[in-house]
Design a protein around this ligand. Structure first.
Ligand code: ASP
Length: 347
C-alpha cells in the first residue's frame, strides 16, 4: 500500500472516531444553552402575599418600584457597567422605598430600633462584604461594598460597621429616618402576640409574616456575576439577632463558575441550610442546572426543614430563576433585550 493511501485511511478512521465520540455526548440541558449575554433578577421579599390582601393601589406601587429598580439595573448593564454596580444601584432604589423591609422601610426590632443587615459578593474574585445590625446608614448595601473593597474583612457589625462606613464617606441618617407607621404597628402587633405566648420569640407570627428583604443578582457583558441582599431582618427580633442576609453562603452568594443567588425568608433556616451556596455547589459538583438546583434547595431541603422563603438567581449563561415555597414573592426579571417581567404571586 502506498504511503499516501495509508495516511488517507488513517485520517478517515480518525474523523469517524471523532464523530462517534460526539454522538455519545449527552444532549445539553435546555438551560445550558446561552439565554442572555447579560441580565438581572430582583426580589422584594417572599411570604404570605395573597392577592386578596393587597389593594390594587398597593399592588401597582410595588410593581412600579420593582420596574423602576429593574430598569435601573438594566441601564447600567446595557451601557457596559459591572454587575456589582448594577446590584448596588438597583438595591438603592429598593432601600429608598418604604415598601420593602430594607433601608427606609426596615422593620422594627423588639427594642424599638431598626437594625439593618446587608451583603454583596463578586463572582469573579469570590470577594465579599457585609454589615450587620447597623442603625444609621441610609444604604447598607453600599456599606457592604465598602467592606468588600476597602477593608481586610468580610463582615462588620453594629457600631464598628457604622464607624467604618462613615469613614468611607457614606451617608448617615438620624434613626428617625427609618420610622414608618406600618412597620411600627407590625411591631406592636407582634409584641402583643409575644405577650400571649411568653415562650415565643419570633415564631408565633411567622405564619402571616411577609419577608420584605430585597436582593439583586446580575450578569454583566463581561460574563461577571454579582449578588446583593439588604434587609431590616425580622419584626420583633431580639438580642441583636442577625439573619441570613449578611451571611455569605446563606442569604447571598456569587461565583463565576456557577451562579449568583440572593434569598429572602426565615433567616435561621437559610443559615442552617446554607441556601445560596448550596445552590451553587449543586451546580458545581453535581452538574445540576440552575433551575434544578434552586428547586432542590427551596422545595425539598429548605421546605423539609420547615423553612419558608425563596431565592432569585442568574447563571453564567444568563438563565433567570425565581424559586419560592411561600404564597408569593415580589420579583422582577430583565433579559438582554430589556424586557421586564414582574411577578408577585404564584403564577
Ligand atoms: N431573611 C431575612 C432575615 O431572616 C428576612 C427576610 O427575608 O425578609 O433576616
Amino acid at each position: 500500500m502506498k504511503k499516501s493511501t495509508l495516511i488517507l485511511i488513517l485520517f478517515a478512521f480518525l474523523l469517524n472516531s471523532c464523530a462517534d465520540t460526539s454522538s455519545q455526548k449527552e444532549t445539553p440541558k435546555t438551560d445550558e444553552t446561552p439565554k442572555n449575554s447579560f441580565g438581572l433578577v430582583i426580589h422584594g421579599g417572599a411570604g404570605t402575599i395573597l392577592k386578596k390582601n393587597l389593594t390594587p393601589e398597593l399592588e401597582a406601587q410595588y410593581k412600579e418600584t420593582l420596574e423602576k429598580a429593574a430598569k435601573k439595573g438594566y441601564e447600567i448593564l446595557n451601557n457596559g457597567g459591572t454587575s456589582l454596580d448594577a446590584v448596588e444601584q438597583t438595591i438603592h432604589i429598593l432601600e429608598n422605598s418604604p415598601l420593602f423591609n430594607a433601608g427606609k422601610g426596615a422593620v422594627f426590632a423588639n427594642n424599638g430600633k431598626n437594625e439593618l443587615d446587608a451583603s454583596i459578593m463578586e463572582g469573579k474574585t469570590l470577594n465579599a462584604g457585609a454589615v450587620a445590625g447597623v442603625t444609621n446608614l441610609k444604604n447598607p448595601i453600599s456599606a457592604a461594598r465598602k467592606v468588600m473593597e476597602n477593608s481586610d474583612h468580610v463582615l462588620l457589625a453594629r457600631k464598628g460597621a457604622e464607624e467604618f462606613a462613615a469613614s468611607q464617606g457614606l451617608e448617615t441618617v438620624d434613626t428617625s429616618y427609618f420610622f414608618t407607621e406600618k412597620r411600627y404597628n407590625s411591631l406592636l402587633k407582634a409584641k402583643n402576640k409575644d405577650i400571649k405566648d411568653k415562650a415565643a420569640s419570633i415564631d408565633p407570627f411567622i405564619k402571616d409574616y411577609k419577608y420584605g428583604t430585597v436582593g439583586c443578582v446580575a450578569l454583566d457583558k463581561n460574563g461577571n456575576l454579582a449578588a446583593g441582599t439588604s434587609t431590616g431582618g425580622m419584626t420583633n427580633k431580639k438580642w441583636s439577632r442577625i439573619g441570613d442576609s449578611p451571611i455569605i453562603g446563606a442569604g447571598t452568594y456569587a461565583n463565576n463558575k456557577t451562579c449568583a443567588v440572593s434569598g429572602t425568608g426565615h433567616g435561621e433556616y437559610f443559615i442552617r441550610a446554607n441556601v445560596a451556596y448550596d445552590i451553587s455547589a449543586l451546580m458545581e459538583y453535581k452538574g445540576l442546572s440552575l433551575q434544578e438546583a434552586a428547586k432542590e434547595v427551596i422545595q425539598n431541603k429548605l421546605k423539609n426543614m420547615g423553612g419558608d422563603g425563596g431565592i432569585i438567581a442568574i447563571d453564567t449563561k444568563g438563565n433567570l430563576v425565581a424559586e419560592f415555597n411561600t404564597a408569593g414573592m415580589y420579583r422582577a426579571m430583565v433579559d438582554e433585550n430589556g424586557t421586564v417581567t414582574i411577578g408577585i404571586y404564584k403564577e
